[in-house]
Design a protein around this ligand. Structure first.
Ligand SMILES: *[C@@H]1O[C@H](CO)[C@@H](O)[C@H](O)[C@H]1NC(C)=O
Ligand SMILES: *[C@@H]1O[C@H](CO)[C@@H](O)[C@H](O)[C@H]1NC(C)=O
Ligand SMILES: *[C@@H]1O[C@H](CO)[C@@H](O)[C@H](O)[C@H]1NC(C)=O
Ligand SMILES: *[C@@H]1O[C@H](CO)[C@@H](O)[C@H](O)[C@H]1NC(C)=O
Ligand SMILES: *[C@@H]1O[C@H](CO)[C@@H](O)[C@H](O)[C@H]1NC(C)=O
Ligand SMILES: *[C@@H]1O[C@H](CO)[C@@H](O)[C@H](O)[C@H]1NC(C)=O
Ligand SMILES: *[C@@H]1O[C@H](CO)[C@@H](O)[C@H](O)[C@H]1NC(C)=O
Ligand SMILES: *[C@@H]1O[C@H](CO)[C@@H](O)[C@H](O)[C@H]1NC(C)=O
Ligand SMILES: *[C@@H]1O[C@H](CO)[C@@H](O)[C@H](O)[C@H]1NC(C)=O
Ligand SMILES: *[C@@H]1O[C@H](CO)[C@@H](O)[C@H](O)[C@H]1NC(C)=O
Ligand SMILES: *[C@@H]1O[C@H](CO)[C@@H](O)[C@H](O)[C@H]1NC(C)=O
Length: 599
């Protein structure tokens, strides 16, 4: 490891980054490969002025942006340098035929501390803006997330002019408490309480108000040029707070959400719920008489109590005449009007004529004319106590992951790991802890209605698929509610919000074989058991509709005996990046480079 002593970590990282870009070369199968080496470790940061342990990737928080194109193959070698198991999930990446790479406990054994595991998957037939994050142990509350951009192939037109820049913004509520203390609080039946703030790209608010924001907090600044148009990809990566996002004096033209091009419309602000992603085009059409505020404020809360929970970044024109000052742009004034946010959600529609991942227009899949084959009404209720434990449930079942991943259990024909009797309708009796799955019919068309009996907005996310959001309303869903469905241009996406006391209906075509996680993205609800899996099996005996178990699969639980021990990588004291670059070519290159750098 001679090179390590000769190159500073920063220089090594610079070379590594340069090298990774070079490694993007056409693979044998025709579609290019992109390689990444990630060291996931704790780093110290103080986003809100309080020093704490956050999860970084190669020393960065937020993690690096994965910028690829439709059908590329990704090879991501993840080294778990945390002190507990880790899994990274690729939120919104459909993992076609390949739930093996989904990075949730139903499909993968967690990567033990000190081990590495290499994900390999193709971003097949997808475009859009997504993000990845650690999926277990409440780790997302400590960071570990980053962006995924899947660009259109050159042969497919994007439905707007090429923007002058591409800016990713992570917004999300944040606690100064360590994530392990937060999850302990949840285990002990406590509420998380009010967050300490909202971060933007891992940084605290700009000091727009000297009373509210203490001195010495680093904020995010977005540098722009007058007259130019930028694509903002905004992700709510928080724990459980719905946020209203807005940019002072600027219209935000919504163009894409979670892999679908939308009908392009201007918004002055947009509600973004936990786990949701949106792309806007923003034209720098102002005077630059000053900098402008970029704001993400807590939604559906008593604003005078929650002022602290506001993220503020700065939009700075290159010809700006001064600092942003004065009050933040107003949030929607609708404390007593529950319909504003829902109407806004319903206004987000699919652009039927636009191409996306495939040359044919998005709208050529006429979901409104397909007969539904299975219906599930899933009800969310406030947390309950089950066997003395504080838990959350869907239809009265609070999911508890078995030691053996569901998909591996199937592969090895293990019995008794789970049942396939998930209730199709809300449950009346006492809730229980269970491992009950939804039995999805391969090539069937499933209708799922989320009924939110809780007092907080929830977001639900489905792995493996994009679904159509066809209906949303207050009150109890009934069969008659179908009359109000949008059968034409409901947007296809991977997450949807469900308002309190309201329902949201989605339709999904079950054409992707595997076992797929359906979860509350609200981290507290998810952590306490609000998830289920949909099992989709092709009854025909073929190896064409699902990829085989990867050679490097990790084994655990009842299958532990198949696992070869890995020698834990020895840890370095610091969180210096590139501690574990394993690519032999890279090593060679660094050695050569460092040789030249010797005095
Ligand atoms: C992503 O990569 C493409 C080239 O493949 C490049 O044009 C684009 O600027 C990159 N985007 C970001 C955000 O780095
Ligand atoms: C861990 O990394 C090494 C070196 O890159 C690689 O050979 C090995 O396959 C990885 N292990 C797994 C389980 O992915
Ligand atoms: C700063 O915030 C405090 C508390 O919300 C408020 O009372 C005060 O008016 C604000 N100051 C300015 C300059 O806006
Ligand atoms: C959106 O707003 C911008 C001004 O900020 C305007 O130029 C544009 O025409 C609007 N687009 C639509 C589709 O309303
Ligand atoms: C631009 O500046 C001029 C003169 O300073 C002012 O009258 C006008 O209102 C400003 N326009 C915008 C959009 O801020
Ligand atoms: C919001 O909280 C403040 C301070 O706790 C309280 O005085 C006010 O009545 C609350 N407003 C509403 C609408 O609940
Ligand atoms: C829909 O997409 C087409 C490209 O196929 C584009 O020309 C059109 O402007 C888009 N329409 C809207 C309303 O966004
Ligand atoms: C849907 O069901 C109706 C009535 O059961 C049937 O007539 C129709 O052909 C079906 N449509 C499709 C596309 O299968
Ligand atoms: C699951 O659904 C399939 C049809 O897709 C059916 O053949 C099978 O019997 C079901 N299994 C159970 C346990 O209900
Ligand atoms: C929850 O369900 C109960 C019983 O159906 C109903 O009375 C109550 O209004 C519901 N609450 C919400 C927030 O939906
Ligand atoms: C798939 O099955 C066919 C027929 O059984 C076999 O010839 C082929 O090698 C299999 N392919 C893979 C990738 O396992």
């Amino acid at each position: 490891m001679e090179w390590r002593r000769r190159l500073s970590p920063a220089a090594a990282l610079a070379f590594a980054v340069a090298w990774m870009a070079v490694l993007v070369a056409p693979g044998f199968a025709g579609d290019p490969y992109a390689y990444f080496d990630w060291d996931v470790s704790f780093i110290t940061a103080a986003p809100l002025g309080v020093k704490q342990q956050v999860i970084g990737i190669n020393g960065q928080f937020p993690g690096p942006i994965v910028n690829v194109t439709t059908n590329w193959n990704l090879v991501v070698n993840v080294l778990n340098d945390l002190d507990e198991p880790l899994l990274i999930t690729w939120n919104g990446i459909q993992q076609r035929k390949n739930s093996w790479q989904d990075g949730v406990l139903g499909t993968n054994c967690p990567i033990p501390s000190g081990w590495n595991w290499t994900y390999q998957f193709q971003v097949k037939d997808q475009i859009g803006s997504f993000f990845y994050f650690p999926s277990i142990n409440f780790q997302r509350a400590a960071g570990g997330y980053g962006g995924i951009i899947v660009n259109n192939r050159d042969v497919i037109a994007v439905p707007f002019d090429k923007p002058d820049g591409d800016i990713t913004l992570f917004i999300g509520d944040w606690y100064n408490k360590d994530y392990k203390d937060l999850r302990k609080a949840l285990d002990n039946g406590k509420d998380l309480g009010m967050p300490d703030g909202v971060l933007m790209n891992g940084k605290g608010p700009y000091r727009y108000n000297k009373t509210l924001v203490p001195d010495g907090i680093e904020h995010e600044t977005i540098h722009v040029h007058p007259g130019k148009t930028y694509r903002f990809r905004v992700h709510n990566v928080g724990i459980s707070t719905s946020l209203n996002f807005r940019i002072q004096n600027h219209n935000m033209l919504l163009v894409e959400t979670e892999g679908s091009y939308t009908v392009q419309q201007n918004y002055t602000n947009l509600d973004m719920h936990v786990g949701q992603s949106y792309s806007f085009l923003v034209t720098m059409d102002q005077n630059a008489s000053s900098d402008y505020y970029i704001v993400a404020s807590a939604r559906f809360v008593n604003e005078s109590r929650w002022t602290r929970v506001t993220g503020v970044a700065i939009l700075q024109y290159s010809n700006s005449k001064g600092k942003a000052s004065g009050p933040l742009p107003d949030p929607p004034n609708d404390f007593y009007d529950k319909t504003f946010s829902m109407n806004q959600a319903k206004s987000i529609r699919w652009n039927l004529s636009s191409g996306a991942a495939r040359p044919n227009p998005q709208g050529s899949f006429r979901y409104g004319s397909i007969n539904v084959s299975q219906v599930y009404v899933l009800e969310n209720k406030p947390p309950v106590v089950i066997n003395g434990k504080h838990r959350t449930a869907l239809n009265g079942i609070s999911y508890s992951p078995p030691e053996t991943p569901l998909r591996l259990a199937d592969e090895y024909k293990l019995k008794g790991i789970y049942t396939l009797d998930f209730p199709t309708r809300p449950h009346k009796g006492a809730p229980k802890i269970g491992r009950s799955l939804i039995n999805g019919t391969y090539r069937g068309f499933m209708e799922i209605i989320f009924q939110n009996n809780h007092t907080k907005v929830h977001t639900y996310h489905l792995d493996g698929y994009a679904f159509f959001v066809v209906g949303m309303d207050y009150g109890e869903w009934t069969e008659a509610s179908r009359g109000s469905y949008n059968k034409g241009d409901g947007v296809a996406r991977c997450s949807t919000q469900v308002f309190p006391g309201a329902w949201t209906a989605i339709l999904v075509s079950l054409d992707n074989v595997g076992i797929w996680n359906l979860r509350a993205q609200n981290l507290d609800s998810w952590y306490l058991g609000q998830e289920v899996y949909i099992r989709v099996v092709n009854p025909e005996d073929t190896n064409k509709t699902e990829l085989p178990v990867p050679d490097n699969a990790l084994y655990c639980g009842s299958l532990q005996k198949y696992q070869n021990e890995q020698t834990p990588h020895h840890k370095k004291a610091s969180s210096a990046p590139v501690t574990h670059l394993t690519n032999k070519l890279l090593m060679l290159m660094l050695l050569l480079v460092s040789a030249f750098m010797l005095p």
